[in-house]
Design a protein around this ligand. Structure first.
Ligand SMILES: NC(=O)c1ccc[n+]([C@@H]2O[C@H](COP(=O)([O-])OP(=O)(O)OC[C@H]3O[C@@H](n4cnc5c(N)ncnc54)[C@H](OP(=O)(O)O)[C@@H]3O)[C@@H](O)[C@H]2O)c1
Length: 117
């Protein structure tokens, strides 16, 4: 039987990497969304596959939820004071998640879990 496909955004983060590890003990076929190949490779023991994408790039988000049963978003701009990331909370937490949500509406993916407060 085919395993249910699950898309995990923010998989390389504090919360996302713990979710990835927890999912490894389930039957889900987990695809992690990461920003670099290195981060995807580091998650390989816990996931089925990874894709490299920046959620603020519309071309990279388009169709990202296609053929996926469940989406979990642990996306977020880093709260660490020494973070070198130039993107804002508004861009990542709001615009990034909104882009994923819009894609899920388009692809009729009904199970979305957002970790944002
Ligand atoms: N930590 C907690 O205890 C906790 C509890 C409840 C809710 N939350 C919420 O969960 C979210 C994540 O928290 P966290 O502590 O895990 O943060 P984090 O460690 O900074 O992780 C954020 C994740 O988002 C990814 N990301 C950031 N910008 C991106 C972009 N433009 N495109 C694709 N991926 C991007 C990061 O990728 P890179 O690795 O490439 O930077 C990383 O995987 C936040 O919204 C936070 O408010 C956290």
């Amino acid at each position: 039987m085919d395993r249910s496909k699950l898309l995990l955004l923010g998989a390389s983060g504090h919360l996302g990497s713990r979710i990835a590890k927890a999912l490894a003990a389930t039957d889900y076929h987990t695809t992690a969304v990461v920003r670099t190949k290195e981060k995807g490779e580091a998650l390989k023991p816990f996931i089925a596959e990874y894709i490299v994408a920046d959620v603020l790039n519309p071309h990279q988000v388009s169709g990202i939820t296609q053929h996926v049963s469940v989406v979990i978003s642990a996306l977020g701009k880093s709260v660490l004071p020494n973070s070198k990331d130039k993107q804002s909370f508004y861009e990542v937490d709001y615009k990034g998640n909104s882009a994923v949500l819009r894609d899920a509406i388009k692809t009729a993916c009904k199970n979305l879990f957002m970790c944002q407060p």
